[in-house]
Design a protein around this ligand. Structure first.
Ligand SMILES: [Ca+2]
Ligand SMILES: [Ca+2]
Ligand SMILES: [Ca+2]
Ligand SMILES: [Ca+2]
Length: 295
C-alpha cells in the first residue's frame, strides 16, 4: 500500500511528459511543413521552348526541330530586363527558381518576316494566344510554367510555302492598359469577350475572330495575303467605362506591345499591314484604359 501512490504519481508524470513531447513534436512538424511550403511556393521554374512548327498545327509535336541560340528575354512589371538566356540544343531557355510574380517574355526573332527569315506560327490550341507568340506574359506562382513558341521558315521569296495559298494569320491582343501608357506591361491582363471583325477595303465584314480567354483574338488563315487597306475593328465600339489608349506610342518603336488602334466613327480600328502568304503577325494590339490617357 505504501508503494502505490508514488508509482501512480510517477506514471502520471510519465504520461504528461510523453503528451508534452508528442505535442511539441507535432507543433514542430507543423511549423516545418509550413516553412517548407512557404519556401517551395516562393519560386517556379520558367521554361520557354522555341521550335520549328513543321506540320504547322500550332502545337509542339515530338520530332519537330529545336531552334538553338535564340535569345529569350524576361522583363519584370517595371520593364526592367531581368534575364536573357539563349535557347540550348533542345530549343529550351530555362529560368530556374524565378520568384513569384508577373513577367513579360520576349523571343528574339531576327529577320522577322524577311526572305529566308522566320515568322511566328499559328496560335497554339492548348493555351490560346499564349503559346506561339513572340511577346507574351506569364505569372509564376510556386509552380513550373512552360510556353512553347513555334516558328515557320520563309523561303527566298519571303513566303511560307506550307501556308494555304493567299492567306496569313493575324493575332490581335486586347488588354487593360492599367497605367495608360499605351504599352502592354507585365501584370496588365487581357480583355476577353469583345467582338473583333476583319473588314475589306469596301468596309464589308469578311471574318470574325475566335477569341481566347487571355484577350487574344485569332484570325487563323483568313486574312488575305498581299492585300492593302484591310482593317480589324472592335465592332461593338469602346466597352462602357473604358477609353481607347494611345496609338503607336514611342514612334511605334515597340510595335510588339503597343496599341495600334485609332478611333474612327466611335469604333477602334487597326490597319492590317500588307504581307505575303503565310507571313503571320502577332504585333497588332488594342489597349483600353479606365483612367485618363497619357500622351
Ligand atoms: Ca506542330
Ligand atoms: Ca501599360
Ligand atoms: Ca504599333
Ligand atoms: Ca502593336
Amino acid at each position: 500500500m505504501a508503494m502505490t501512490q508514488p508509482v501512480h504519481r510517477s506514471r502520471r508524470m510519465q504520461r504528461r511528459y510523453l503528451t508534452a513531447v508528442t505535442i511539441a513534436a507535432l507543433v514542430l512538424s507543423m511549423l516545418l511543413t509550413l516553412l517548407s511550403a512557404r519556401v517551395a511556393s516562393a519560386v517556379g521554374d520558367l521554361t520557354v521552348r522555341v521550335y520549328t512548327d513543321s506540320n504547322r498545327d500550332g502545337d509542339f509535336d515530338s520530332g519537330e526541330p529545336a531552334l538553338s541560340g535564340v535569345p529569350v528575354l524576361v522583363y519584370n512589371t517595371d520593364n526592367n530586363l531581368l534575364y536573357s538566356v539563349n535557347t540550348n540544343a533542345f530549343g529550351l531557355a530555362i529560368f530556374p527558381s524565378t520568384p513569384n510574380g508577373n513577367y513579360r517574355v520576349e523571343v528574339t526573332n531576327p529577320a522577322n518576316g524577311a526572305p529566308n527569315g522566320t515568322v511566328i506560327s499559328l496560335p497554339g490550341p492548348v493555351t490560346p494566344g499564349q503559346d506561339n507568340a513572340l511577346v507574351f506574359f506569364v505569372t509564376i506562382s510556386g509552380a513550373p510554367v512552360q510556353r512553347d513558341v513555334g516558328l515557320r521558315s520563309l523561303d527566298a521569296s519571303g513566303i511560307d510555302p506550307g501556308a494555304p495559298v493567299g492567306v496569313r494569320t493575324v493575332v490581335v491582343r486586347a488588354w487593360d492598359d492599367r497605367d495608360a501608357n499605351g504599352i502592354q506591361d507585365a501584370g496588365e491582363p487581357g480583355i476577353s469577350g469583345l467582338t473583333l471583325g476583319l473588314y475589306n477595303p469596301s468596309n464589308v465584314l469578311v471574318a470574325t475572330a475566335a477569341s481566347g480567354p487571355d484577350g487574344t483574338y485569332r484570325f487563323v488563315d483568313n486574312v488575305p495575303a498581299n492585300a492593302s487597306n484591310y482593317t480589324i475593328r472592335v465592332t461593338g465600339g469602346i466597352p462602357a467605362g473604358w477609353v481607347l489608349t494611345t496609338q503607336d506610342v514611342n514612334f511605334n518603336s515597340e510595335d510588339q506591345r503597343d496599341s495600334d488602334a485609332q478611333l474612327v466613327g466611335g469604333v477602334p480600328r487597326i490597319n492590317v499591314p500588307n504581307r505575303p502568304r503565310g507571313v503571320n503577325d502577332d504585333s497588332l494590339d488594342v489597349g483600353f484604359s479606365r483612367g485618363a490617357v497619357s500622351g
